[in-house]
Design a protein around this ligand. Structure first.
Ligand SMILES: Cc1cc2nc3c(=O)[nH]c(=O)nc-3n(C[C@H](O)[C@H](O)[C@H](O)COP(=O)(O)OP(=O)(O)OC[C@H]3O[C@@H](n4cnc5c(N)ncnc54)[C@H](O)[C@@H]3O)c2cc1C
Length: 415
């Protein structure tokens, strides 16, 4: 080979960012991007409900790392080089403006993931990246002279000097297997960002109800998150639940997704204050039915179910509420215990916890510490974020760093 050849395996967010960065940093490098499926950027297309939550408006690198249950410490240095602000600037420089929603998520102003796909495809083509769909890499071995021998899905061989694996979450075993064959170890993959199954009939009966601020916790684990919760026809979802699933991904997998979930529906009040509020109602409105007088800001349908779950009959008035019933109601409001019986993937965003071990990768270059010339970017690594644009941010950052480093190597330099 006369020109230096870089092969990127996987045409997702990380692969595209690495390919574009490498080709634009060192023009003249032959950059080949191989994608096993017919479509590039398939996950970008479906991401964020078709709108693509590109990143998050969190522009302080250390603060940004706190959104990563796996990778928090490792990402400190990478985010000092390419963080959310750089993502915004990168797309803006290429004509794609992002907007920020109230919760910090950033989307293209078009509200369409196609805008991001078009931008990445245009940039890759303009910078001379060879985009080859329907071409998986089935085997990769390191040559004695330092390059790599690849076997492609159509049986063809391909040689390259630098190889980047951007094959996505290792649950699809083949991506992980290429890394393993080249000497790497995988943290066992388990899902992250999932919703919880509950059989409890009254919860299912309230499907569609969103509660703005609930504290969700799993007793005995230290897992605790506060935020919006959505009741669904299969159980519970919403940002607080998804964050809990991310931080607890490994632990909850070990529990086989069977565990008690505690919900505090009034996290701004402690149990004493809730009890005092209920006592005050008994004194101020003795003749009213308990089911008809919800404590703000609880929706009346939820209040009704919590009152019934506390064992208080529908026709009970505040005046006749016993001490034991008051206690039961306080418990229901602050510590509803629901048995989780399984999980479902969140259709808006799910990721893999686990992947290539971070201590085997130099996070300054994304180059393997065990196999020189081999690089990693994106979800194939043991890095994953909570929901909100953080997973793409990790893909952009690691892809950009790998692209830079591979371009540096092409000139005989190491980052
Ligand atoms: C439904 C859904 C919605 C999401 N929405 C968001 C969102 O809005 N914001 C956010 O931040 N994150 C979101 N995520 C997570 C985000 O999509 C991923 O973290 C991100 O796509 C990872 O990028 P990647 O390039 O590492 O991997 P991927 O996007 O998975 O790309 C890897 C590519 O490699 C290819 N490949 C694998 N093995 C081989 C091989 N041997 N040879 C050739 N090609 C191969 C695969 O076919 C795939 O195209 C969402 C995820 C899902 C599932």
């Amino acid at each position: 080979m006369s020109t230096r050849r870089v092969v990127i395996v996987g045409g997702g967010a990380a692969g595209f960012f690495a390919a574009i960065t490498c080709a634009q940093t060192r023009p003249g490098t032959e950059v080949i991007l191989l994608e096993k499926s017919p479509q590039f950027l398939a996950k970008v297309r479906i991401s964020g409900g078709g709108r693509c939550n590109v990143t998050h408006a969190c522009f302080e690198p250390r603060e940004l790392t706190r959104r990563y249950p796996r990778g928090e410490r490792a990402l400190i240095s990478p985010f000092h080089r390419f963080q959310a602000r750089d993502t915004v600037a990168w797309f803006a420089a290429r004509g794609v403006e992002l907007k920020t929603e109230a919760d910090g998520r950033m989307f293209p102003t078009t509200d369409s993931s196609q805008t991001i796909i078009d931008c990445l495809t245009r940039e890759a083509q303009a910078s001379g990246v060879k985009l080859i769909p329907n071409r998986g890499v089935e085997r990769a071995t390191r040559r004695a002279d330092g390059g790599f021998d690849l076997t492609l899905s159509n049986g063809e061989p391909l040689l390259c000097e630098a190889l980047l694996l951007a094959t996505g979450g290792c649950r699809a075993a083949v991506g992980g297997q290429l890394a393993v064959a080249l000497g790497h170890t995988l943290e066992p993959p388990v899902p992250s960002l999932f919703t919880f199954h509950l059989e409890t009939p009254w919860v299912r009966a309230l499907a569609g109800l969103a509660i703005e601020r609930v504290e969700a916790s799993v007793p005995g684990t230290g897992l605790r998150e506060t935020g919006p919760v959505l009741l669904t026809h299969w159980g519970v979802s919403g940002p607080a639940i998804l964050r809990l699933s991310a931080w607890g991904a490994r632990l909850l997998a070990e529990m086989n997704y069977i565990f008690p979930l505690l919900l505090n529906w009034l996290p701004h009040l402690n149990a004493e204050k809730v009890a005092a509020e209920l006592q005050a109602r008994r004194a101020s409105q003795p003749a009213r039915l308990v089911v008809n007088s919800p404590v703000a800001p609880l929706p009346s349908r939820l209040w009704e179910q919590l009152v019934l779950a506390a064992g208080i009959a529908r026709d009970t008035r505040w005046s006749v509420l016993s001490k034991a019933q008051l206690h039961q109601l306080t418990q229901q409001l602050t510590r509803t215990e629901l048995p989780v019986s399984g999980k479902s993937l969140n259709k808006d965003e799910f990721v893999t916890c686990g992947g290539v071990r971070l201590n085997e990768v130099n996070l300054k270059t994304m180059e393997s510490r065990v196999c020189p010339g081999l690089y990693f970017a994106g979800e194939v690594l043991d890095i994953d974020g909570i929901t909100g644009g953080f997973n793409f941010q990790a893909a952009w950052t690691t892809g950009w760093i790998a692209g830079q480093a591979m371009a540096g190597n092409a000139a005989g330099k190491s980052e």
